[in-house]
Design a protein around this ligand. Sequence first.
Ligand code: TYM
Length: 370
Amino acid sequence: MVTAGATGEVALTENPTAVGPTTRQRVFSGIQPSGNFHLGNYLGAIRNWVDQQADFDNIFCIVDLHALSLPTTRESLRANILGLANVLLASGLDPSQSIIFVQSDVREHTELCWLLSSVTQYGELRRMTQFKDKAGGKGEQVSAALLFYPVLQAADILLYDTNRVPVGEDQKQHIELTRDIGARFNARYGNTFVLPQPDIKTAGARVMSLEDPTRKMSKSDANPNATIALTDDADTIRRKIRRAVTDSGSEVLASPDKPALTNLLTMYSLLNGEPISVIEDRYVGKGYGAFKSDLAEVVVLSLAPIQSRLADLNANPEVARAILAEGAERARSRAVMKMSEVRDRMGVGPGWRPGALTKDDGLVHGERRD
Ligand code: TYM
């Protein structure tokens, strides 16, 4: 089992439900099924999940309950869940190495969210940058779910004794809050939760908008030219990169006073594997036009194999459905055990009843789950 420590450096000893060797650290990450997945999601998160898959004990979650914090419809949410599962599989997530599941299939997430809200401060939630950004201008009318969002995220992570959370830069604050919530719970109720570390790469953790390099590339951007969607066809990608904002001057250089070129060079380097300095040297004296048209081809070539696998998966939705159903079973079996421990620590659940069964009776506090 996982030995919970307060430092995040955790000894994984014998763990009967682990995927593969038991000494590996546990990775958990999530992504919202909220429409157009873009190059920022891919370079900041999904690609790292795929690249590190063999090294860790992985759980990846399609966080449909988080997506409810902004208006959705039944049809769009369902379509987006399956669409996202296909994007993750087409990008290379492998169900033999990773658990892939939908958050609402494991009800322990919402239960733990409520229990953790008792050790979360209102002021902490109100100060979250993402809450302030998304609530911006809408005053009192935003959903309470938008405020509560990081508590559910903390529940996602803490429920699985997670060591590492691979995310883009924008999620750093939420992981720090998760650690604070977990530490506060441990201090009040005894060592229960592993405190996770964010795993944020130095390059690609903040892919910027093509229209405004001071803003991150975002699914919710109203301007479709600001993002490169993973499903954009070759001509759309070429057009978007051709019209992408550049900096003054004509040299292809990454520097603090050239945020647009820095962003484009970072994409190029991450996708074709060359260091930025090598790419800069290649375009000395050639100007932005030549660089942009080559970058467009790098993006088109990198996305082509993903898009072709995605077309196959979209045509065969039963593949993703089966993987998600199996993933939910595997995630649930871990979540049930952890929740039983959490309820017991807090004094909720059936433990108060006279003659309630305990762990020693071979059942976990009298509960049997089907
Ligand atoms: P979401 O769905 O907004 O984004 C999914 C992942 O993509 C990363 N990302 C980016 N990385 C680089 N550049 C960008 N422009 C960019 N835009 C998005 C995000 O950092 C993220 O890693 N709250 C989370 C989902 C979540 C979660 C979790 C994550 C729920 N529970 C538990 C980790 C662990 C979110 O909304 O991600």
